[in-house]
Design a protein around this ligand. Structure first.
Ligand code: STR
Length: 395
């Protein structure tokens, strides 16, 4: 379990660009540097198809492995490559361009204000959890609005995803909850097939890419990927930004005085404290040479985004320092690169770009209620997530 995330990142960033790691008993390669990741992420010899994994084919990795759900997630834009991938992804990426997102800005602003009201109420006489009351519900509402998932269902989804990501959840329980989620999403897709609305789920059902509509399984897969990704990662972005600012008050002051734009806070947080620690997984369809090392046919590759964000070759000797005054643009790779680059990148920037100034605008005296070292991380291997973020709203 990642008890010491900074220690792990530091170790990886000092290691070889391609480093052998152990994922709960399963060996894989970790890519730890920006330049190498940039090449490998456009290399078509690395694929998402689970059947390209030697350890899967040989039966050494099975559904008993706690991380299998990160890879075996059904047919979707997350798990398919090449022409087929384009077919699965086009509609979604078109719906999430900065221009298309302008239309839902007012709604995101409204959600933000409502959640700030709730925060104000619950924090009136003391400590309140910024995660539970603000950073977690906001992305869920936004992705719920986009995909057409009713708000009454959000607490159920939040509970299930928390258990999905937690390494303390027994594997049988994780497999059971994934099966329940499949039932839930399939029912939702059938309901939208019968009664299409103006959400992205309906658009995916009605879409014909190259004359060929997506299958029910593909729509369900894309919906699952969108909700899982949209829900989990933006929580990290918002909380990590707040945490970085509260522990660097001189920089917070520059931002509040208008000397540094919020955009720089968002980009520097994305680089320095990535929501995704490691992205699982790609498999080599043939031997791939990287420097003086070789990823052998059938081996698995993990992209270690947190280490990559602190690569000194890319970001300079002070790469491990949080600094919102770095010259823009900060050329980080936190959303990935190549065909699978995060289709929700613009959405997360809009969300954080609204949430952070609104939060500090309403509560300029915001303070951590416990020492920073006492913030507890969730027992999750691949994501950078905390149990809770207790704050005092008025210092
Ligand atoms: C969770 C389980 C599921 O049903 C579908 C997916 C596909 C998208 C994945 C998601 C997973 C896990 C978290 C990911 C997300 C894409 C982006 C997100 C990996 C496997 C990140 O952490 C970057």
């Amino acid at each position: 379990m990642v008890r010491d995330l900074d220690g792990e990142t530091e170790q990886l960033r000092r290691a070889e660009p391609l480093t052998r790691i152990d994922l709960l008993g399963v060996p894989a390669w970790a890519v730890t540097r920006h330049a190498e990741a940039r090449h490998l992420l456009v290399d078509s010899r690395l694929v998402k198809d689970l059947d390209a994994w030697g350890l899967w084919r040989s039966g050494d990795v099975t559904h008993d492995w706690p991380l299998i759900g990160m890879i075996d997630a059904g047919r979707s834009m997350f798990t398919v490559d090449g022409e087929e991938h384009r077919r699965l992804r086009t509609k979604t990426s078109q719906a999430l361009t900065p221009r298309r997102l302008q239309a839902i800005r007012p709604e995101i602003e409204k959600f933000t204000e409502e959640l700030l009201d709730a925060l104000d109420e619950q924090g009136a006489d003391g400590v309140v959890d910024l995660k539970a009351v603000f950073a977690q519900p906001l992305p869920m509402r936004v992705v719920g609005l986009l995909m057409g998932v009713d708000q009454t269902l959000h607490p159920m989804l939040t509970r299930k995803y928390k258990a999905f990501f937690s390494m303390l959840t027994p594997q049988e329980e994780r497999l059971a909850l994934l099966a329940e989620l499949d039932v839930f999403y399939t029912a939702l897709v059938r309901e939208k097939t019968a009664h299409p609305t103006d959400d992205l789920t309906s658009a995916l059902i009605l879409a014909e890419e190259g004359g060929e509509p997506l299958t029910e399984e593909e729509v369900v897969g894309n919906l699952k990927a969108m909700v899982a990704a949209g829900h989990e990662t933006t929580i990290g972005l918002v909380l990590n930004a707040v945490r970085a600012l509260l522990t660097h008050p001189d920089q917070l002051k520059k931002v509040l005085d208008g000397e540094v734009p919020w955009e720089s806070v968002v980009e520097e947080t994305l680089r320095w404290d990535t929501p995704t620690t490691h992205l699982l997984m790609r498999f080599a369809t043939e031997d791939v040479q990287v420097g003086d090392q070789v990823i052998a046919e059938g081996e698995g590759v993990v992209i270690s985004y947190r280490a990559i964000g602190r690569d000194t070759a890319q970001h300079g000797e002070d790469a491990d320092v949080f600094d919102v005054t770095r010259p823009a643009p900060i050329r980080h790779m936190t959303f990935g690169h190549g065909p699978h680059i995060c289709p929700g990148a613009a959405l997360s920037r809009v969300e954080a770009g609204i949430a952070l100034p609104a939060l500090f605008g309403r509560f300029p005296g915001l303070k951590l209620a416990i020492p920073d070292e006492e913030i507890r991380r969730l027992p999750v291997m691949t994501q950078n997530d905390m149990e809770a973020f207790p704050v005092l709203l008025h210092g």
